[in-house]
Design a protein around this ligand. Sequence first.
Ligand code: C5P
Length: 232
Amino acid sequence: MKRNIALIPAAGTGERFGAGKPKQYVEIHGKTVLQHTLDIFAAHPQISLTAVVLAADDSVFAPEAAAFQTAAETVLLRCGGASRAETVRNGVNALLGLGLAAPGDNILVHDAARCCLPEAALSRLIDQAGSHPDGGILAVPVADTLKSGGSDGRIETTVPRSGLWQAQTPQLFSAALLQRALAAADLGAITDEASAVERLGIRPLLVPGDSRNLKLTLPQDEYIVRLLLAQK
Ligand code: C5P
């Protein structure tokens, strides 16, 4: 039977966030951002395993290890890469290589820094894309007016927003499809898993996400994330 396995790339340094340590280790309400994210997957009945992919030289993680090891269904893989796509590729290869995932299992790749993912959005992705051969991603329709800017700091043109979506995570694909897509793609240009799959000529599903599923990227994001986590 097909299982749902979460893969959390957590090997980034989070330089845009500027906390002096990787943003997944910032503490909010007594827990790291990464732990908040892991708790979402640990609590979801349709997730059978969560794999966290760390940088090989991650030294911040060690004091946290006890908390992670309490969850039997969580594994640590210390094979992070130089880019997010490389981290995911290494993680998928490790899961398959170690026999922790079968080629037909679903892998749900989710940013460590998206720690407010609502349970209902995660369920929606599994329900709508979990049995679809082309997989799918959470995404929200673009709400703001979009401008294309020039290097002189002026507006070049207004981009019609109709039909445009903002990609979120999780992004769900079978392990075999994800492995094939990431092996084929030039990883330098890949900012999410769906774009690697699209390059194979496959069109994954767009599953309605949630505006609360934001990614901690800039220092000002922390204010909203704190409020959202306080409401949980
Ligand atoms: O930096 P950004 O916000 O795009 O990172 C998204 C996710 O990818 C984060 O969870 C980050 O830890 C992860 N990442 C990674 N390996 C890298 C770069 C980013 O796992 N080399």
